[in-house]
Write a protein that binds this ligand. Structure first.
Ligand code: SF4
Length: 328
């Protein structure tokens, strides 16, 4: 039985905004609203959804780069929200991030040596083999020539910059890496190389990943289990193979129907979602997806659906799933 590495419970994050002619009334972006999930040691947990659904905010909350308003984050059964100062810094060394835009995440005035050595300096750690040898070892692991160690980020291609970002992320032997759209800013020809590198490194160091992407093909390639997000909530969660073969939520079905080259026996009819994603400042009552759902019923605009379990590893938040007699 796999061990849980990370667990979140009922996370909530609202960002205040002003609206009205003079910014008089106060409103809130409902960025994350009641999100809970577990990540097992050694697995890749995918988070997928359209831009603005809250997946990147969720990743930053997990790493405590953003404080949630409510909820719990447990890492190896320790409550991260109560950690402060030295203990929080120690914990952060166990949880690293690979960013979407490698160029923006690297300091243009630092050499590769300084960038990859930075986590050691921040945490006051001297690697046994010496800092420079450790940096060269990490460069070798991610496929960068040691001849580049004194070069600056602008001297590299996008793929090479992402390799630098990955070397920095694994520098302190973390247990969890959050990959936030790590290939979406790269040329398609480079994407597969970076994804394979992430897989190789995971296998070598028994890493656990949270892998975020809007691209269902990429998430399918990387993930063991996947959660689908819509307007700040998880609406379906399942093993990757199950999700792609038997998606239950109408939103997941629509996303999958738009996937090119979907590898299932019968390609579903293309479902065109009507309308835009509603504003997270004023999300629809009841099921947040109801204004765009072709199966919406009376209850959908009144009551939010509770999570139903179609099996021990497949959950969905939809009134339809409940009315079909899903196991609670
Ligand atoms: Fe559609 Fe209703 Fe299910 Fe929401 S709860 S996805 S509106 S059927």
């Amino acid at each position: 039985m796999a061990e849980v590495l990370l667990e979140t419970r009922s996370l909530k994050k609202y960002f205040p905004v002003r609206r009205g002619l003079f910014g008089s009334s106060r409103a809130f972006v409902h960025a994350i609203d009641g999100v809970g999930f577990s990540v097992m040691k050694g697995e890749t947990f995918g988070l997928v959804g359209e831009s603005g659904c809250g997946k990147s905010t969720l990743a930053r909350i997990v790493l405590r780069l953003i404080e949630p308003d409510e909820g719990e984050i447990l890492f190896e059964n320790r409550d991260l929200r109560i950690l402060k100062g030295h203990k929080l810094r120690e914990q952060r060394a166990q949880m690293r991030m690979v960013f979407q835009k490698p160029f923006d995440s690297l300091n243009p005035r630092q050499t590769v040596m300084d960038i990859i050595a930075d986590p050691f300096r921040v945490h006051g750690i001297r690697p046994e083999a010496g800092l420079e040898r450790e940096v060269l070892r990490l460069m070798d692991l991610v496929g960068l020539s040691k001849d580049y160690v004194h070069r600056y980020p602008h001297e590299f291609s996008g793929g090479q910059r992402q390799r630098i970002g990955i070397a920095r992320a694994i520098a302190m032997n973390p247990k969890l890496i959050v990959c936030d759209e790590p290939v979406s800013a790269l040329d398609v020809s480079i994407q597969a190389q970076i994804l394979n590198l992430l897989k190789d490194i995971q296998a070598e160091f028994q890493l656990t990943y949270i892998f975020i992407s809007h691209n269902l093909s990429v998430v399918k390639f990387m993930s063991d289990r996947i959660a689908v997000m819509y307007l700040g909530q998880i609406i379906e969660m399942a093993r990757a193979d199950k999700l792609y073969s038997s998606a239950s939520h109408p939103y997941t079905q629509a996303l999958l129907s738009a996937m090119p080259n979907i590898e299932i026996a019968a390609k579903p009819e293309r479902i065109i979602l009507q309308g835009e994603v509603p504003s997270p400042v004023d999300p629809p009552r009841g099921c947040r997806f109801h204004p765009r759902c072709r199966y919406a019923m009376g209850i959908c605009s009144k009551e939010p659906p509770v999570v139903s379990y179609l099996s021990s590893e497949h959950s969905v938040a939809c009134h339809l799933a409940r009315s079909e007699g899903a196991k609670p």
